[in-house]
Design a protein. Structure first.
Length: 235
């Protein structure tokens, strides 16, 4: 790997969305470094990707990991509060990462957020995402913030969980009314949108959505039909 190649940093390059972004960057001839909490996790990149520890107690180390990078692709977040991994901690860590990127001279941040984040949300997942967006916008760095609703692909969690429950239980429980709309995006398309957004100069906040709109109930029913599952009812 040549040091003359332009460097990008991806948080979680061995994870779900990060893996697809990393693959596109390598195919484009970019040099990639990942900041990861799982440096020894098996991955398909062999020695093509440099690794650095995701250690938020070592601010200087994070700055070194980001030094020389043109773009930071940030996929870092937590799915739910669990032990010491909380949404509040994720917000604090994300703010540090943004500050370190600025100190290291990173040109642009491409950040994966979520649809409809809100500072006023009673759900800490959504209010936390809004706080991270606010920190990016106020950082002074160039940025592209992508807001997907549902990301689907081979390894996705939501779609696979819907399929598992539809296959194993006679009743499928739908949160709320089931009439709320989702616009799923294929993970490859999201990775393409992320890398294309990196090359732009203007600050962007984009809804990262696919071409089809479903109610959540319709989506669950379509998944059940596709796997030949027959729950007795959707409630």
């Amino acid at each position: 790997m040549s040091d003359t190649q332009e460097l990008d940093v991806v948080t979680g390059a061995f994870g779900y969305t990060g893996k697809y972004i990393t693959r596109r960057l390598l195919d484009a001839g970019r040099r990639v470094r990942t900041i990861t909490g799982h440096p020894k996790r098996g991955n398909g990149f062999a020695n093509q990707v440099e690794t650095a520890p995701m250690d938020f107690s070592d601010r200087a180390g994070l700055v070194r990991s980001l030094r020389g990078a043109s773009v930071l692709y940030n996929t870092y977040w937590v799915r739910f509060n669990h032990g010491r991994a909380t949404f509040d901690e994720a917000v604090t860590n994300s703010k540090m990462l943004i500050e370190c990127a600025k100190e290291a001279g990173v040109r642009r941040i491409v950040h994966l957020s979520i649809a409809n984040p809100s500072l006023d949300s009673h759900l800490p997942y959504y209010s936390g995402k809004a706080l991270v967006e606010k920190a990016i916008i106020e950082s002074g760095l160039s940025y592209a913030i992508l807001r997907p609703t549902v990301i689907f692909g081979i390894e996705d969690i939501l779609i696979n969980n819907i399929a598992w429950f539809a296959r194993h239980f006679p009743v499928f429980a739908i949160p709320g009314s089931g009439e709320y709309r989702v616009q799923p995006i294929f993970v490859e398309d999201l990775a393409e949108l992320a890398t294309n957004s990196a090359s732009q100069e203007k600050k962007l906040v984009l809804d990262a959505v696919g071409p089809e709109v479903f109610t959540f109930e319709d989506l669950a029913r379509k998944i059940a039909t596709a796997i030949c599952a027959r729950p007795n009812s959707f409630t």
